[in-house]
Design a protein around this ligand. Structure first.
Ligand SMILES: Cc1cc2nc3c(=O)[nH]c(=O)nc-3n(C[C@H](O)[C@H](O)[C@H](O)COP(=O)(O)OP(=O)(O)OC[C@H]3O[C@@H](n4cnc5c(N)ncnc54)[C@H](O)[C@@H]3O)c2cc1C
Length: 465
């Protein structure tokens, strides 16, 4: 029974993976815990609802993972995607802790399954949630309730009172009324600001109006902003976000995983002037899929079209919407609203540049173009077999990297460099400490689970003292 008059040991703001891991860890260490989830119950769980897997270090194969994945290898993967820009001691600490997290999550009711085949080959490195992110969350919520954690839905934190790095209370708006909630410690786990278009516009200009948000509309960065305003140190580059190319017909929010398009490497991508703008075959898709959101964001009106022919239709995972199809490139241009002469010329020039090679979609093959700008360096095949297909794509923002700075205990650091007295952060709101740019699948959930568990334990200890 939620009692908003009572002083809790730990107040957790947020209702996704990081929040639940923090709440459960704190409760298991004896703290009284209140979770404030800004979303209504049906939408609880933020972006975690859309996830499928988690990347953690492990020493040996398990029932669902096909082999070991050492701390060093995971750290190397992180260095590669971030270009070496990470808080190294924190990243190494979290990776070490990640080795316990797979089992710990299982102890909280989460179940895994073997990786199925698909575009991203992750069977050794990433554990897949049985039933996906929503089932994972349901398990964590069930455990939280069994442990006696109080949870209030439809309860966004709208203000925080912080004095000299000491959290005193939060204002929560519930059933249209503001309430003051007091707690001995705070764990902020309220995600990034990816669904706040006005805030995104500060870095992207009006282009952000055309972005689609792949996840929850509730991650508006309000808690992040309150913490920055209260003197908590910033971390991460505000212009950086994980953005992929998704079907332009997807809903503005919450389209999730099924609107992502993985067929870029099999065709060409043109902008609204029917011009190609980037090497579609630069590298294997798992290494490159996360650059295409930004590439499309830089095109006029933030729209592009993946164009391919009948020979490629069965080579990739189908997505939610069917491709637009026509018997000729000219008719396809008509259906897409593109200049037909321009599209025919682009496809004609591309086809003329394709050199003979042995097509192998599973490897960096020798099928490439010559004399075409930009080149297509692998998997280049002539687009000539009717029917022809197209998907319209827009930038799909997954999450942002701006956050609050934390130390190894996941305790927030104030602008003067001193640790906050009683404030911890977990998940996406602090991911920018280790994930400065780029992304490797499954790292978001690793950061959330590990930092959540560390923050929850730290918060319980802090409340005791
Ligand atoms: C389509 C999609 C697929 C993804 N797939 C994967 C994957 O397979 N593996 C992976 O590792 N990562 C994946 N990610 C990234 C992953 O979702 C995030 O890294 C992870 O969910 C972050 O967890 P979190 O708890 O920090 O944030 P979230 O799960 O987003 O939770 C944030 C919570 O804060 C709440 N909130 C926001 N503001 C307030 C407020 N003012 N007051 C109270 N509550 C508030 C929200 O309602 C929400 O419950 C995916 C993301 C998307 C969008």
């Amino acid at each position: 029974m939620v009692d908003l008059e009572k002083q809790y040991d730990v107040l957790v703001v947020g209702g996704g993976n990081a929040a639940l891991c923090a709440a459960i860890a704190a409760r298991r260490d004896g703290a009284s815990v209140l979770v404030l989830e800004g979303a209504p119950k049906f939408y609880r769980g933020g972006n975690t609802r859309h996830t499928r897997n988690i990347r953690c270090a492990h020493d040996a194969a398990t029932e669902t993972l096909t082999g070991p994945y050492s701390e060093e290898e995971l750290f190397d993967d992180l260095l590669r995607v971030t270009g070496g820009k990470t808080d190294e001691p924190l990243a190494k600490h979290m990776i070490r802790e990640s080795k316990e997290v797979l089992v710990w999550l299982q102890e909280q009711g989460v179940r895994y399954q073997r990786s199925l085949g698909g575009t991203l080959t992750l069977g050794r490195t990433n554990a897949f949630f049985l039933g996906g992110g929503r089932a994972m969350l349901n398990a964590l919520y069930d455990t939280a309730e069994e442990l006696g954690i109080d949870i209030l839905y439809d309860a966004p934190a709208t203000a925080v009172t912080i004095e000299n790095g000491m959290f005193l209370s939060a204002t929560v708006t519930h059933e249209s009324k503001p309430h003051q909630v007091r707690a001995r410690t705070l764990v902020a786990a309220a995600g990034g600001f990816e669904s706040n278009i006005e805030w995104l516009k500060e870095y992207w200009g009006d282009a952000a109006e055309n972005f689609l948000i792949r996840g929850t509309p509730y991650n508006r960065g309000s808690v992040l902003k309150m913490l920055h305003n209260a003197g908590v140190q910033e971390t991460g580059d505000p212009t950086q976000c994980h953005a992929v190319a998704i079907d332009a017909r997807a809903p503005k929010y919450d389209g999730g995983i099924i609107t992502r398009l993985d067929c870029v490497v099999f065709g060409v991508v043109v902008n609204k002037h029917a011009q190609r703008f980037y090497d579609e075959g630069e590298d294997i898709w798992p290494k490159r899929y996360a650059i295409w959101g930004r590439l499309v964001a830089q095109q006029p009106d933030q729209i592009a079209y993946i164009i391919f022919d009948a020979s490629s239709l069965r080579l990739f995972m189908p997505s939610l919407f069917p491709p637009i199809t026509a018997g000729s490139i000219r008719d396809l241009a008509g259906k897409l609203g593109l200049d037909a002469d321009a599209l025919e010329k682009t496809i004609g020039d591309f086809n003329a540049g394709v050199r003979p090679g042995t097509f192998n979609h599973a490897d960096l093959d020798d099928c490439r173009t010559e004399g075409v700008t930009p080149p297509k360096t692998h998997w280049a095949r002539r687009i000539e077999q009717a029917p022809f297909y197209a998907y319209p794509v827009r930038p799909g923002i997954t999450f942002t990297y701006l956050g609050v700075r934390v130390n190894l205990e996941s305790r927030m650091l104030m602008a003067d460099g001193k640790p906050a007295a009683n404030m911890f952060a977990a998940g996406e709101i602090m991911a920018g400490n280790v994930l400065t740019k780029g992304y490797a699948a499954g790292i978001g959930m690793m950061i959330g689970s590990v930092s959540g568990r560390i923050a929850g334990r730290g918060a319980a200890k802090n409340a005791r003292n």
